[in-house]
Design a protein around this ligand. Structure first.
Ligand code: FES
Ligand SMILES: [Fe+2]
Length: 387
């Protein structure tokens, strides 16, 4: 697990100084991030330590429905084991055994049980992380089980998402500051995940976020999306502490984002008139992209696996009553976004290949790429050590 770092302690990232200075220029004059930041393993190591070291999105908390369920999530430099306690609360632990460090569960693995048992030499821990027993140590003098509890990772559950504190002193409330009013009517904790897709995309994780933050590409590659949402509609929100985002409108005939604009679910209960006609695209940095629709919420959770590869867990969540209704089928939302996702991933992978030439120079941003600029500027400031 990363050590706690404060903003002042962040060392600059190992990127080209001139290209970084260009990325930091005001919108309209700036360039994209330094080319090396999309390829260099040292930059990804820096990002894991300094960008993925605060509050990091892990997944939807409804993945662990019953007491004694546990799941391992990749995060930052390591992984987090999340365990549903007997009283229904959640606890998080560093996913490493206190004996010789074996993962307690493989990354993304899940299981259920009365104890957490390491698969290597079978050290067993209670659900609260305390060490229950270690085979062969019964007669070992001075071996004290209380010295070897699992290292706890602070967790927060918010609007149905689970976040792990990977080494920050920043209060969670500050991380999501300004988001509460936006989410207020969506009743996120009542939403149930109906479908989850995993994509393995051969592109740097930032290429994926950048693609998400602009619809300048929509007329070129998303014919289905343009049928239900005008690509130039909506507004960019003012950049906030750790999140960025903007809105897009639905065309008159469309109730939501689906291939024909119809909804196979139901409007989320308390949305106001504007929210009923809007899709909100939010990037809760570093790794959670949240798309609020009038009738469902889609989440892209990004896990950088190498500088040139990103695992994306895309989930679709609907109001609980909708998911429990006879005959409910999330395909109307899932199919639409699966097509759109794949169009996006193809573009992202092409960008990654196109930038491969070391002589490639970061390009300028279009006026419609103001949301993307917010992300680039956020990352560039971190690269510069500005916290
Ligand atoms: S590493 Fe877990 S029991 Fe040995
Ligand atoms: Fe797209």
């Amino acid at each position: 697990m990363s050590q706690t770092v404060t903003a002042q302690q962040i060392p600059p990232a190992p990127v080209d100084a001139k290209q970084l200075a260009d990325a930091l220029r005001p919108f309209g004059e700036s360039r994209m991030l330094p080319r090396g930041s999309y390829f260099d393993p040292e930059v990804l190591a820096w990002e894991r330590r300094h960008l993925f070291s605060g509050w990091v999105g892990l997944g939807r908390s409804d993945e662990l429905t019953r007491p004694r369920m546990m799941k391992a999530y990749p995060a930052g430099d390591g992984g987090v084991l999340v365990v549903r306690q007997d009283d229904g609360s959640l606890k998080g632990f560093e996913n490493a055994c206190r004996h010789r460090g074996h993962e307690l569960l493989p990354c993304d693995g899940s299981t259920e049980g009365r104890a957490i048992v390491c698969p290597y030499h079978a050290w067993a821990y209670r659900l609260d992380g305390s060490l229950l027993g270690a085979p062969g140590f019964k007669d070992v003098e001075h071996f004290d089980t209380t010295e070897f509890p699992l290292h706890e990772v602070e967790l927060r559950e918010w609007q149905g998402w689970l976040f792990g504190n990977m080494g920050t002193t920043q209060p969670f409330e500050e991380h999501i500051s300004g988001l509460e009013p936006i989410f207020e009517h969506y009743d996120g904790a009542d939403l149930v995940t109906a479908e989850l897709h995993e994509y393995d995309v051969e592109a740097n994780w930032k290429v994926v976020v950048e693609n998400y933050q602009e619809c300048y590409h929509c007329p070129s590659i998303h014919p289905e999306l343009c049928q239900v949402s005008p690509p130039a509609s909506g507004d960019n929100l003012n950049p906030q502490a750790d999140w960025i985002g903007g809105t897009m409108e639905l065309r008159d005939h469309a109730a939501t984002m689906s291939l024909d604009g119809h909804s196979g679910g139901a409007m989320i209960g308390r949305l106001d008139e504007v929210e009923q006609r809007t899709v909100m695209y939010l990037g809760l940095l570093p790794n959670l992209l949240i798309s609020l629709h009038p009738d469902y919420v889609m989440t892209h959770l990004l896990i950088p696996t190498t500088p040139e590869r990103t695992r994306i867990r895309c989930s679709w969540a609907f109001p609980r009553a909708v998911t429990e209704a006879e005959g409910f089928d999330p395909a109307y939302a899932v199919d639409f976004w699966d097509i759109t996702n794949r169009q996006d991933w193809a573009a992202c992978e092409s960008v990654q290949r196109g930038m491969a030439n070391p002589a490639f120079l970061p390009g300028p941003l279009a006026p419609a790429e103001d949301g993307l600029y917010d992300f680039v500027h956020y990352v560039a400031r971190k690269y510069a050590g500005e916290g």
